[in-house]
Write a protein that binds this ligand. Structure first.
Ligand code: ZN
Length: 232
């Protein structure tokens, strides 16, 4: 009997399926609200890297600066979140960041006699050995007619989907298995490309843990304060 009662509380995660882009896990003994929080955290709270600051030095293309900047900001970069921190967690206070919070790229292109298309692979990192690269070199950015030119500096930084959708790490869904008894749910996570799907799951759980710890601290603080006021 005690074993049965224990069993109802037991949390388990079973890996059902995994490939380069996606992962499917079975969650057991996890309340729906918590499972849902993990799903949302996988999308909105996992840190990833995308272009945040752009210094346009020259743009004689027919694409306006703001449209060009928007297109660039939507390019996902393979994200080194062990090394780089979000700007708000870095002490530098620099708008363009430092070694810990920004990866600098330069994009220069000019069309000669023939029109050209500029691709994500044309962006050149300041440090050639960086692992923070566009997920694909073949993402088209802008077309240049003969004689047109662009030149800009790009700053790739850590952010979260909650701040802007361009940093959204994954799409995730939660559903009950066909022959389910209500205690099991399947979580499906498909990576946008910034991070391996397995890493997204781990980071989502980490973010949830951090939020819970913050909440615990706030509760204790508030209750201590209330007790203090009642005592005086
Ligand atoms: Zn910094």
């Amino acid at each position: 009997m005690p074993h049965e009662r224990m069993h109802g509380l037991m949390v388990s995660v079973e890996l059902l399926e995994e490939d380069e882009k996606s992962v499917r896990v079975m969650l057991s003994g996890i309340p729906l609200a918590v499972a849902n929080a993990i799903r949302r955290f996988a999308m909105n709270e996992v840190p990833t890297m995308a272009i945040e600051e752009i210094l346009i030095i020259e743009n004689s293309s027919s694409m306006p600066n703001d449209v060009l900047a928007h297109r660039l900001s939507l390019i996902p970069f393979t994200s080194d979140i062990d090394r780089y921190v979000p700007p708000e967690e870095c002490g530098c206070g620099n708008r363009l960041g430092c070694d810990r919070c920004a990866v600098r790229y330069v994009l220069r292109a000019e069309a000669g006699d023939e029109p050209i298309t500029v691709y994500s692979g044309d962006m050149v990192p300041e440090k050639p050995d960086t692992v923070v690269k566009p997920v694909s070199p073949k993402i088209p950015i802008v077309k240049l007619a003969p004689g047109q030119k662009i030149e800009m500096e790009l700053y790739v930084r850590v952010g979260r989907g909650r701040k802007h959708a361009k940093w959204q790490a994954a799409v995730a869904s939660l559903y009950e298995p066909k022959e389910g008894d209500g205690s099991k749910r399947i979580l499906y996570v498909e990576s946008i490309g910034f991070l391996p799907p397995r890493r997204i799951l781990v980071e989502a759980a980490k973010a949830l843990e951090k939020k819970s710890a913050e909440l615990e601290e706030k509760f204790s603080e508030e209750l201590r304060r209330a007790a203090g006021e009642a005592g005086s």
